[in-house]
Every structure is written in C-alpha cells, then in structure tokens.
Design a protein around this ligand. Structure first.
Ligand SMILES: *Cc1c(COP(=O)(O)O)cnc(C)c1O
Length: 391
C-alpha cells in the first residue's frame, strides 16, 4: 500500500539549526583517518560513580517492591534526603512534602516546566550563550525567547536593567544558570537579591539551573538562589546528581522551592511520565548522604586539571580566565578566527575537539568552550599540540 508524505510539525521544523553538525562531521572524518583525538568537547564526567552509590542501586534493584511504578513526585525518602542536603549545604529549609520534586534528570524538568506556565506568545527571558533546553522548551510551548546576552562587558551576567520594560511586563519565566555552562561564571548573593526584586516587580517566575553548584574550585562554594530572602516566593531551583556524583547516565535530578510552581511542573509530569525507578532514587539517597570528603576528592581532580590547562593556554597567548566553578573553560578565539574556524583549526591541526561558542547562541561568537573531563596527561598533551601547531 502506498504511504503518504510524512510531515514534521512546525515546532520541529523551526528548531534552530544544529551548529555542531559541521564539527561532528569533521570529528568523525578524523576518527576514521585514525587521528588520536583529544576530546575537550564533552560536558560529561569521565570519572566513575562512587562505589557505595552503585552498591545501593544493586541492593535496591533486588527488592521486588521497587519494581512497580514509582510515584510521579518521587519517593518521600529521596525528597527528605534532598531537604537534608539543602539544609546542610545551603542552610535552606525545605518541606519535603511540597517543596521538593524528583526529576528524571534536571533536563527533564527544565524542558517541561514551560508547558505549565507559558502560553502561546508569552515571553521567556533566556540567557545566551546558554543551555539550549531553555529556548527549545520555550518554543515547544509556543512561547517567545527574549535573549539576555552574556558578554565580557557585563561580566557574563544578564543585565536586568537592559531588559525593556514592556518585555519584562510580558515575561512569564526567567532562566538563570549559575555556575554557568558554558562561561563558568558564578552569580553572587547580591546578584540573586536583584533578581528577586526584578521578579517581584514584574511578576516573573525565576527558574535557576544549579546543576554545577558542587563543581567549584579553591574551596569557594557557590550560593543557592534560595539562600536569598524572598527567593522561594518567586521561583525554583533545578538540581542534578549528574555532575556532582558522576551520575549523568542514571537520570536523577530534582527541583526545589516555590510549592505552587512545583505543583505546576508536577501536574505536567503526572500527565507525561511515571517517575524515576525507585532503586535509582534509593541510590540517590545514598549519594546525598555521602560525606564531603567524596565530593572533595572529585573537585580536587577537576582543580588539578584546570590548573594544568588554563596556565598552559595562557602561556600560548590565548585569552582565558580561570573558572571559579563548573568544568568549562571559555576561551576567546585569537585574532583572525571565528568560533567555527578556530574549532576547525584545532581539530584539523591538532586533533583536539572543542565546542564553538556560537553553538550556545549568537552572543557566544568569538569564543570556544573546552572541558576538563579528560585526564591531566591528555590536557598537557593538548597544550603541547597547540604549541606545535600554532594559530
Ligand atoms: C548537564 C546540565 C544539566 C543537567 O542535566 P541532567 O539532566 O540533570 O543530567 C542541566 N543544566 C545544565 C546547564 C547542564 O550543563
């Protein structure tokens, strides 16, 4: 029987072009040629999940009571572990009953929340360069992104004063991300205070993505948005076990804060998914209860790598600031290059994979992103190769 032309929905047709496609192609070609690739493109920990977390999963998976559908809002024991962790880490008090929601990784909640609050034509304030899920989630719900450019001139922080009054008035949601992917910049408590004032004045729901709060350097711990007075009245914070405990494949995250906002997200979720495997949540309870020495060990490894790569790049004459958090190095491209051409140059001449900054949004043009999710030895080798090849 004859078929019919398959028509893709407008929301998919109008997705922004995938700017990494050309680089992916070049990478595949280099691998096919047998080039020894150093991959500084991935934002995914190369270290294993701590053994006690894996043991918890294995034990819980043996127990038949965990084999059935979990509750959509998450197990109470996991939500309690989140509340205890927030108290210990940020001195923020959360009610596990209605101020914590389990997510299938934070990306799931970040993508879905627009469906709860954004009607067609509504404005969402989106930082750029940034995590692509913010603008894509916005457009999937029919909303319109208003870009808040992150530039060197504004310290890579959204300039709240630069948002036109009319836009602010129409905005339903505002996305923030500290520590930031891809710039690694951290927001201070003072900055968060100004965000709360802005949100109250314009009645905007703040969604803060804190996926990297535990990847920090020099012992300087980034703040939670919820540490600031009034934050819980205006917004929520997204969190993840992915980066903190090397658990990206496990799919476990959570959202905390304003209970009405969480109820909206919960409503969407109860209609779309059926929660996280209980054995994974039990492993999450173990993770959140681990002593700081475990995460200190992980941070020490990233810090050694940062302290290898950043001075190495500086010595080569590249313009780069040492990040205070997250595992990203935001490198200004040298004169005569664009984000894409410098990424291509490094791949062709040195076999090093990086990510062009414009792939995170137009204001990222002029930068490339490197990650420290690769061993110190390979980072030393990367600097050597760039030195030999020049630019
Ligand atoms: C990695 C990352 C996340 C977290 O993803 P999970 O779905 O929790 O694995 C969220 N936001 C940003 C900016 C990220 O880079």
């Amino acid at each position: 029987m004859a078929g019919f032309p398959i028509q893709i929905a407008t929301r998919i047709k109008t997705l922004p072009p995938y700017l990494f496609a050309a680089i992916d192609k070049m990478k595949q070609a280099a691998i096919a040629k047998g080039v020894d690739i150093i991959n500084l493109g991935i934002g995914d920990p190369d270290l294993p999940t701590p053994a006690s977390i894996i043991d918890s999963l294995a034990k819980a998976a043996q127990d038949a009571k965990h084999h059935q559908y979990p509750s959509y809002e998450g197990m109470l024991c996991f939500r309690k572990a989140v509340a205890d962790w927030y108290k210990r880490r940020f001195n923020v008090t959360l009610d596990p009953a209605n101020e914590v929601l389990t997510l299938i990784g934070s990306k799931e909640g970040i993508g879905h929340i627009h469906l709860a609050f954004v009607d067609p034509g509504d404005v969402v304030l989106v930082p750029s360069p940034g995590y692509p899920v913010y603008p894509v989630g916005t457009s999937f719900s029919g909303g319109v992104s208003h870009i808040m450019p992150l530039t060197k001139a504004n310290g890579f922080l959204p300039d709240l004063e630069a948002i036109p009054k009319g836009v602010a008035q129409k905005a339903k949601l505002m996305w923030l991300n500290s520590p930031n992917n891809p710039t690694s910049v951290i927001m201070s408590k003072d900055y968060f205070k100004r965000v709360v004032e802005f949100a109250q004045e314009h009645q905007v729901i703040v969604c803060h993505d804190a996926a990297y709060s535990e990847i920090y350097y020099d012992g300087k711990r980034p703040a939670s948005f919820l540490e600031v007075e009034g934050a819980k009245d205006v917004g929520i914070e997204f969190h993840s076990l992915s980066k903190t405990y090397n658990m990206t494949g496990w799919r476990l995250g959570f959202a905390v804060g304003n209970k009405d906002v969480l109820a909206g997200l919960g409503k969407v979720k109860s209609n779309l998914d059926s929660g996280v495997f209980e054995a994974v949540q039990k492993a999450g309870v173990t993770a959140l209860g681990l002593p700081d020495s475990v995460t200190d060990g992980i941070r020490k490894i990233y810090q050694e790598r940062r302290d290898t790569l950043v001075p190495g790049l500086k010595q080569l004459g590249l313009e780069v600031d040492a990040p205070l958090a997250a595992f990203y190095i935001w490198v200004r491209v040298p004169k005569g290059y664009t984000s894409t051409s410098f990424t291509a140059h490094l791949l062709e001449k040195t076999g090093i994979v990086t990510t062009p900054g414009n792939g995170f949004g137009a204001p990222g043009e002029g930068y490339i992103r490197m990650t420290v999710c690769t061993s110190k030895e390979r980072l030393v080798e990367a600097v050597e190769r760039i030195k030999r090849a020049g630019f």
